[in-house]
Ligand binder design. Structure first.
Ligand SMILES: Cc1cc2nc3c(=O)[nH]c(=O)nc-3n(C[C@H](O)[C@H](O)[C@H](O)COP(=O)(O)O)c2cc1C
Length: 168
């Protein structure tokens, strides 16, 4: 899969809107992720309103690009859907990676903005969307068509020193 190798965090976007068919493909990719006991604890908020994107850009010092993105997807875990609560963050991480890979595949770019387990960032998102306690914000992914010179491209990170065969 070429996108695994070419995906990069994309932080600057063209103004161009992301087509609704592509948004659905991103969400479909997310929901194909593996999850503990197949619990699929995820839910998603698709955000395209400027005012909300601006609010999301303030969750940390490292999320400013969200204000300039045409789209952001907020990933949430719903406690009611969790049979194995301990694993919800891993499930959501798999869904996040699927969105990022599908975005690269569709000619889009995005970046994973970490939220959970940082209580302060989770709280900000809960307030923006007026979420009940059982709905846990996991991350935010601003997405758009990459600005020129912001493209997904291969950077070789293979490091044989990190690989151990049979024994450590
Ligand atoms: C859990 C997690 C949290 C991250 N949070 C942020 C963030 O808040 N802001 C940001 O610009 N990038 C964030 N990133 C993206 C990383 O900085 C990026 O993946 C890393 O520098 C490697 O670059 P690449 O994605 O282009 O391979 C996060 C990535 C992960 C996995």
């Amino acid at each position: 899969m070429e996108v695994i190798f070419n995906r990069r965090s994309i932080r600057r976007y063209k103004k161009q809107a992301v087509e609704s068919e592509k948004i659905e493909k991103l969400l479909r990719a997310a929901m194909q992720a593996p999850s503990a006991a197949n619990q699929q604890p995820w839910e998603f908020i698709v955000v395209q309103e400027k005012e909300t994107l601006e609010k999301l850009s303030k969750i940390s010092a490292y999320s400013k690009m969200t204000a300039e993105a045409p789209l952001a997807i907020v990933l949430l875990g719903n406690e009611d859907r969790m049979t194995l609560q301990l694993h919800w963050e891993q499930d959501l991480a798999a869904a996040t990676q699927n969105i990022l890979l599908e975005a690269a595949h569709l000619g889009l770019g995005g970046v994973w903005l970490g939220v959970a387990p940082m209580e302060e960032r989770m709280e900000i998102i809960s307030e923006i969307f007026n979420l009940k306690d059982k709905i846990k914000p996991f991350c935010v992914i601003p997405i758009g068509y990459p600005e020129e010179n912001q493209n997904n491209k291969f950077i070789d990170r293979f490091d044989p020193d990190k690989v151990h065969y049979e024994k450590y």
